[in-house]
Design a binder for this molecule. Structure first.
Ligand SMILES: Nc1nc2c(c(=O)[nH]1)N[C@H]1C(S)=C(S)[C@@H](COP(=O)(O)OP(=O)(O)OC[C@H]3O[C@@H](n4cnc5c(N)ncnc54)[C@H](O)[C@@H]3O)O[C@H]1N2
Ligand code: MOO
Length: 392
C-alpha cells in the first residue's frame, strides 16, 4: 500500500499530453487549447470607428462647425469634410478619413445647421483607430492559449469560424456489478440504482470533457475482459468503478492483468478509496475506482483530475488547496489519512457528519474535502486544516 503523496506523484509522472489536433467550430471550442498560432485575417477594428454618439469633426481653430450630414453604424457612404465641417455620427459608425476627432454629443450645442463644441479637443479623440486591437497578419492568439468565452468572442470578431485545438481525451466510463439497476426502472430486492457512471459523467462535463463512452458489465470474468479490452483500445483514459476489491466476484484486477495493463499502483493508504488501481497500456491510462460512490468521486478529484490536466498539457494539475479554520470537530479511527466531505466558506471549514464511503448525501452538500493526515487522530474546533477546493 502506497501513500497519497506517492500515488499523486505516480499519476503526475505519466504526463504525456495528447498532441493530436482537431478542428472545432469556434463556438464549440470553449475550454480547449489552441493547437496553432492564429494570425488575424483582418484589421480590428476594420475601419476608423467612432467610440461615441456625437459629431465627427475636421478640426479648425474655432469652436463652431458647419453640419454637413449624418453617419449611422453600418453606413458605408464616404463624406469629404473640409476644416470647420462636421457630421453627426453614432457609436460604431465609420469615421470619414477627412475627420480627425469625434466630440461626444453632451459637449456640443446643436443649432440645426451649425454646432458649437465646448472646448478644443485633441486629434483622434473618441476614434478607435484602424487595427488598434490587432492588424492584418499580426498574432491574434498564440498556440496553447485556453479558449475562454472572451477568446471565443475575440476570434469571432475577427471573422474566424473554425480553430484547430488540442484534442481532448476520449474517456471510457465502465461500471461493473450485478446489483446495478438503471434509475427509473423498478427496484427489486438486492439491487441498487446505478449512480457512479452518470455522477462521473457529470463531473467530466463540468470540467468540459465531452468525448465519453459508457460501458456496463456484469460480474462475469470473460465479459469483464472483453469490455475492458474494447474500452482500453478505443479510449485515452478508462475509468472503471467497482469490482477492484478482493471479493470472489471482483474481476477487474484479474481482467486488467490478463490484458497486460501495467500496474502503476494498487491500494493507497487513504480513506475513502483504499483499493484504488492505476495502470497503463500503451498510451491509455486506466483507473479502477472503488465502487463505493463517495470513494469513487473522491479518487476522481484527487487522482483522475491530475491525469486529465496532464493530458491537456495544463500547468496546474491539482485542485487548489488552502488552509482554513475548522468550525467542527472530528475523530478518526485507524491510521489511514482521510479525505472528509466539508463546506468551505471564507477562511472557515465545516466537516460534515456522515463520512462513510457509501454515502453521497454528505458529498452532495460539500464544496470541499478536508485532508486529514494519518498521524492526526482528531480535529478540534479552531484547528487549522488543509482544504481541497472542489470544482463547482
Ligand atoms: N475483505 C475486504 N473487503 C473490502 C475491502 C477490503 O480491504 N477487504 N475494501 C473495502 C473498500 S474500502 C471498498 S471502497 C470496497 C471497494 O470495492 P469494489 O471496488 O470492489 O466495489 P464493489 O464491491 O463493486 O462495490 C462497492 C459498493 O459500491 C456500490 N457500487 C458499485 N458500483 C456502483 C455504481 N455504479 N453505482 C452505485 N453504487 C455502486 C456497490 O453496490 C457496493 O455497495 O470494498 C470493500 N471491501
Ligand atoms: O475506500 Mo473504501 O472507499 O474506504 O470504503
Amino acid at each position: 500500500m502506497i501513500s497519497i503523496s506517492e500515488a499523486i506523484s505516480r499519476v503526475k509522472n505519466q504526463r504525456k499530453p495528447l498532441v493530436e489536433k482537431c478542428i472545432k467550430p469556434v463556438e464549440k471550442a470553449g475550454g480547449y487549447l489552441l493547437f496553432e498560432d492564429i494570425k488575424s485575417p483582418i484589421n480590428m477594428p476594420p475601419f476608423r470607428q467612432s467610440a461615441m454618439d456625437g459629431y465627427a469633426l475636421n478640426l479648425h481653430d474655432e469652436l463652431s462647425y458647419k453640419l454637413t450630414g449624418e453617419i449611422k453604424a453600418g453606413d458605408s457612404q464616404q463624406f469629404q469634410l473640409n476644416p470647420g465641417e462636421a457630421v453627426r455620427i453614432f457609436t460604431g459608425a465609420a469615421v470619414p478619413d477627412s475627420a480627425n476627432a469625434v466630440m461626444m454629443q453632451e459637449k456640443v450645442q446643436n443649432h440645426g445647421k451649425t454646432i458649437d463644441i465646448e472646448h478644443q479637443i485633441d486629434l483622434e479623440l473618441n476614434i478607435r483607430l484602424l487595427g488598434e486591437q490587432v492588424k492584418t497578419g499580426d498574432m491574434a492568439l498564440k498556440k496553447g492559449t485556453k479558449l475562454t468565452p472572451a477568446a471565443i468572442g475575440y476570434l469571432l470578431s475577427l471573422g474566424i469560424t473554425e480553430v484547430s485545438v488540442y484534442k481532448k481525451p476520449n474517456i471510457a466510463l465502465v461500471t461493473t456489478g450485478n446489483e446495478l439497476i438503471e434509475p427509473g426502472l423498478a427496484l427489486t430486492h438486492g439491487k441498487i440504482y446505478e449512480s457512479n457512471s452518470r455522477m462521473l459523467l457529470s463531473a467530466l462535463y463540468n470540467l468540459k470533457f465531452y468525448d465519453i463512452t459508457l460501458y456496463k458489465v456484469e460480474d462475469d470474468y470473460n465479459k469483464t475482459v472483453s469490455t475492458l479490452e474494447t474500452a482500453i483500445n478505443d479510449n485515452d483514459l478508462v475509468l472503471i468503478t467497482g469490482g477492484i476489491s478482493v471479493g470472489d466476484y471482483d474481476f477487474v484486477g484479474k481482467a486488467l492483468s490478463e490484458l497486460n495493463v501495467k500496474e502503476l499502483f494498487y491500494k493507497v493508504k487513504q480513506k475513502p478509496g483504499k483499493p484504488l488501481f492505476y495502470g497503463k497500456k500503451e498510451d491509455t491510462q486506466i483507473f479502477a475506482l472503488p465502487g463505493n460512490p463517495a470513494a469513487a468521486l473522491t479518487c476522481f478529484y484527487v487522482y483522475v483530475y491530475i491525469a486529465l490536466q496532464n493530458l491537456m498539457n495544463r500547468e496546474e494539475t491539482e485542485l487548489p488547496r488552502v488552509e482554513a479554520t475548522s468550525v467542527s470537530s472530528f475523530k478518526k479511527r485507524g491510521d489511514r489519512p482521510q479525505f472528509l466531505k466539508a463546506i468551505h466558506q471564507g477562511n472557515q471549514v465545516e466537516i460534515l457528519e456522515g463520512q462513510n464511503s457509501s454515502m453521497l448525501q454528505t458529498f452532495a452538500l460539500s464544496n470541499a474535502l478536508v485532508h486529514m493526515p494519518g498521524e492526526v487522530s482528531e480535529i478540534n474546533e479552531g484547528d487549522t486544516v488543509e482544504v481541497i477546493i472542489l470544482p463547482q
